[in-house]
Design a protein around this ligand. Structure first.
Ligand code: NIG
Ligand code: FE
Length: 419
């Protein structure tokens, strides 16, 4: 079994770091995407051991256990770090897609019992095994598209039993998936018909959080802070309780209206605030003083025909920015990160370099992985993909909808290879 990999003839080794690796990139720095051209990369025991240019290649002295991969003038990039998904779900919701085309809004569909409650009904009838198999298939799908780390939320359970079921499925995915997985408890995704909001929040705080903490099922706690869902005060209250159980806050914020989610997130020290269509100047100022990563979800914004988040304005104000897919059956039935980059570049006027920073190092930060993932640095996890021969990294979001990933290497193993 090979425990060493050498990748040679790399047209560009992208997002490469020589000095102390950064934890995130912000503001004007985001335009800078360090590259080494005509390069090689060596992997040993699952970690990046070394890299350099082909002209200075020292040669191979020890061939034992070595696998040599010819990149054949393809690029090498750190895998996408997708810090926001809901890929554990049952069934699909293409009917709502058609309803929206015919004029209904996301909120109107939700008021008729569609939306999140629709997925909750479907999930209640699914077994842990079914949920595990379908989610694993989605993980394999996104790995083939270059994703190398993924955060997964609960939130289609909305009862103690079903939220635990979802989180146990995520725990199995953590154990079995070839890529790192982070688990987020999103009990506060919607209020189930069985409870008043007050009673449901009590259930989250008094029963769900202690049970989840007792089994160590979640890294993060999320809430949908939105008009008609959970207010800023309710979100804050839930997050304070979550923190007592050792869960780190992460918030669905300012997606459909300005609801105070960014303020709630910054107040409780959230690792990220996500969506951000309705972010205002005050929120930007608050984020500037925080360690919270702003995350945009271009797939959900596109699919629900929402307004653009002020991504350009946030970067110009000196903030970092991450991009994630929000892969879920309602608002973003795609986990294709390259497509998310294309949408962000075109709609938010951010450059490919900024988008790649947003989807690699900053995505890693938004899921607590930037010490080990999100860039090509000696000692970091070998977690990268090789593209087909393309001219440069601008070509990736430019070629929207194309599949340019040739091979994916995670933990020192080739986990996907295109025929
Ligand atoms: O991130 N905004 C709330 N939650 C999800 C959508 C969930 C759904 O519609 O199933 C989101 O867009
Ligand atoms: Fe979401």
């Amino acid at each position: 079994m090979a425990n060493k990999i050498l990748v040679k003839n790399i047209r560009s080794l992208v997002q490469v770091e020589n000095d102390l690796p950064r934890k995130k990139v912000a503001g004007a720095e985001m335009k800078n995407l360090p590259c080494l051209h005509d390069a090689w990369l060596a992997v040993e025991d699952g970690l990046i051991a070394d890299f350099g240019t082909m002209v200075d290649f020292p040669g191979i002295t020890d061939w034992s256990g070595l696998q040599v991969i010819d990149a054949n003038e393809g690029l090498v990039l750190p895998c996408w770090c997708d810090s926001h998904t809901h890929i554990v779900y049952a069934g699909s919701r293409e009917g709502e897609f058609v309803d929206r085309i015919n004029g209904l809004s996301y909120q109107e569909i939700a008021e008729r019992g569609g939306g999140i409650l629709n997925s909750a009904k479907k999930l209640a009838g699914a077994s842990e095994d079914e949920l595990f198999e379908s989610a694993m298939q989605r993980i394999r799908e996104v790995i083939a598209q270059g994703t190398g780390a993924i955060e997964i939320k609960s939130g289609y359970g909305l009862s103690l039993e079903s939220e635990l079921k979802m989180l146990r499925v995520i725990r199995r995915l953590k154990e079995k998936a070839p890529v790192p997985v982070k688990a987020t408890f999103l009990g506060a995704h919607a209020v189930p018909k069985t409870h008043t909001k007050e009673a449901y929040i009590k259930l989250i705080i008094e029963e769900m959080l202690p049970a989840i903490a007792a089994e160590g099922l979640a890294d993060y706690c999320d809430a949908f802070c939105e008009n008609g869902y959970f207010s800023k005060a309710e979100t804050g209250h839930i997050m304070e309780a979550a923190k007592k159980h050792g869960l780190v806050p992460k918030i669905h914020a300012e997606q459909l209206s300005h609801s105070g989610g960014v303020e709630a997130g910054v107040d409780c020290g959230a690792i990220s605030v996500d969506h951000l269509e309705y972010v205002n100047e005050n929120d930007i100022a608050l984020l500037k003083k925080s360690n919270t990563m702003p995350v945009v979800l271009p797939g959900a914004q596109f699919f629900l025909s929402l307004i653009n988040p002020p991504a350009r304005q946030m970067i110009d104000a000196g903030l970092p920015l991450a991009i994630a897919s929000d892969y879920n059956p309602g608002s973003s039935p795609s986990g294709n990160m390259n497509l998310m980059l294309s949408l962000a570049c075109v709609n938010y006027k951010i450059t490919p370099a900024e988008a790649i920073n947003a989807a690699t190092i900053n995505g890693a930060y938004a899921m607590g992985l930037s010490e080990t993932h999100g860039s090509i640095a000696r000692g970091k996890a070998a977690n990268f993909f090789i593209t087909q021969p393309v001219p440069n990294y601008d070509f990736l979001p430019y070629a929207f909808g194309s599949d340019l990933v040739q091979a994916v290497i995670v933990g020192g193993k080739v986990v996907h290879e295109k025929n």
